[in-house]
Design a protein around this ligand. Structure first.
Ligand code: GDP
Ligand code: IMO
Ligand code: MG
Length: 426
């Protein structure tokens, strides 16, 4: 079976989980590779809504191995809460496998995330993070002072790491951020000792599980979190997350080589949203933007914040195709654009009197970019349609233009949040 990486091709929340859920029916293994519980992945089955943050979105089909890979940062309290919630809904969680190499989000990471954001906000320089401690946890990983899942099972190593870290983080909170909050290493150790007993049954060397599954010809899906423009290297830095949501990140975060990936599927919406701060060339701060937000229920799955909405940006689409080597696009939420008379697509940016066709690195340049639009005919309600042939001509033209501008074929089209509201294009 071809292995497939599914990533977000915009600023996150493209409907990745819906695509993962649909593809999971035939899959054997679903792997989360990066990010943490900053992700909010929604799956709707028969009007019932499930929200995942750390658990792979394939868990709703029984018997699928659901891997939380080494590249993920794990908040133990968060993942155990999710597991309990799923058990309460009668879902089998025995197939969850958590990497022994993954880093742990600690309480001080969340406090530092909040402290940094609060201080930066005073100068209007906050990123608008989810406050889940993601940045500080990946900082410790890069600084080589992080604590990994495997450390939990080596008492003395774990205690020593917590005590050393707490000393440093308390000093940072007090002297750099002037915060009152101070952590007691012994309390954290006691809490994490409890978590480790509950987590023990799920911990494994997931690199072996994934490798063997691929070698045995099983159907393996890699579930990206966040999106291309939130990538630490190629996103709108510094308004990004601290991991690699592009397809390349899936290899590192699952512990496999690039030769083991066959298909790279980029998930896009028929428009664009962004939650958090940073430039957004096609943002609509008018009644159309408001209408898309309400019609598309564009409020954060993790934080509940309203998402900023804008027209589809083909410069971003092409950027995602190029930087992730996309072989397919899944285009979600085109039903949301119903009853808008003229729909716009951004086909270039005007920068300093010239039209450019690439996504600039410098945020200062990006702030100056004015979108160059093409207008297309709109459509009515399409949420009941299930075949490509039955779509209105205006939708077909919209899809064809997006394919042409992005340089990649669209193989799935979303016309609603439900599992069955998806049109497969052969
Ligand atoms: P993810 O983070 O990429 O998995 O996306 P989110 O779950 O954060 O946000 C996507 C939202 O759009 C969810 O509420 C989905 O149920 C919903 N959704 C997904 N696909 C479609 C679609 O084709 N049409 C509509 N109307 N909603 C969709
Ligand atoms: P899914 O997987 C949308 C954004 C935050 C903020 C920036 C940094 O559901 O698509 P962080 O907490 O990661 O340090 O925040 O990244 N962000 C997301 N935006 N979808 C997500 O995940 C996101 N995860 C983080 O809003 O702008
Ligand atoms: Mg989301």
């Amino acid at each position: 079976m071809p292995t497939k990486v599914i990533i977000g091709a915009q600023w996150g929340d493209e409907g990745k989980a819906k695509i993962i859920d649909i593809l999971s029916e035939k899959a054997d293994v679903v792997v989360r590779c990066q990010g943490g519980n900053n992700a909010g992945h929604t799956v709707t089955v028969n009007e019932e809504v499930y929200k995942f943050h750390l658990i792979p979105s394939g868990i709703l089909y029984p018997g699928k191995t659901c891997v939380v890979g080494n590249g993920v940062v794990i908040d133990p309290e968060g993942i155990l809460g999710e597991i309990d919630h799923l058990v309460g809904k009668g879902i089998d969680v025995s197939t969850i496998k958590i990497s022994s190499r993954a880093h742990l989000v600690m309480p001080y990471h969340k406090a530092l995330d909040k402290a940094k954001e609060t201080l930066s906000a005073k100068e209007g320089k906050d990123i608008g993070t989810t406050m889940k401690g993601i940045g500080p946890c990946y900082m410790d990983k890069a600084e080589r002072t992080g604590i990994r899942v495997c450390d939990l099972y080596h008492d003395e190593v774990f205690k020593e790491k917590v005590r050393t870290n707490v000393k440093i983080k308390n000093a940072m909170l007090k002297h750099v951020y002037h915060q009152e909050v101070q952590f007691d290493a012994e309390v954290i150790i006691a809490d994490y000792m409890r978590y480790r007993e509950r987590l023990r049954t799920y911990i494994d060397d997931t690199t072996v599980i994934v490798y063997e599954a691929i070698k045995e010809g099983k159907d393996v899906l890699f579930e990206g979190a966040q999106g291309t423009l939130l990538d630490l290297d190629i996103g709108t830095y510094p308004y990004v997350t601290s991991s690699h949501p592009v397809t390349g990140g899936a290899c590192i975060g699952a512990g496999i080589g690039p030769t083991m990936i066959d298909e790279c599927i980029g998930v896009m919406k028929g428009y664009i949203t962004r939650v958090g701060k940073g430039p957004f060339p096609t943002e609509l701060e008018d009644e159309i933007g408001e209408r898309i937000r309400e019609e598309g229920h564009e409020y954060g799955t993790t934080t509940g914040r309203p998402r900023r909405c804008g027209w589809f940006d083909a410069i971003i689409g092409e950027f995602a195709v190029r930087t992730s080597g996309l072989t397919q696009i899944a285009l979600n939420k085109i039903d949301v654009l119903k009853d808008i008379e003229k729909i716009k697509i951004c086909v270039g940016y005007e920068l300093n009197g010239k039209v450019i066709k690439y996504f600039p690195a410098s945020l200062e340049d990006l702030e100056l970019c004015k979108p160059v639009y093409e207008e297309m005919e709109g459509w009515g309600d399409i949420s009941h349609i299930r075949t490509y042939e039955a779509l209105p001509d205006s939708v077909k033209k919209y899809l064809a233009r997006i394919e042409e501008l992005c340089g990649c074929k669209i193989t799935m089209v979303g016309v609603g949040p439900n599992r069955d509201q998806n049109i497969v294009i052969k």
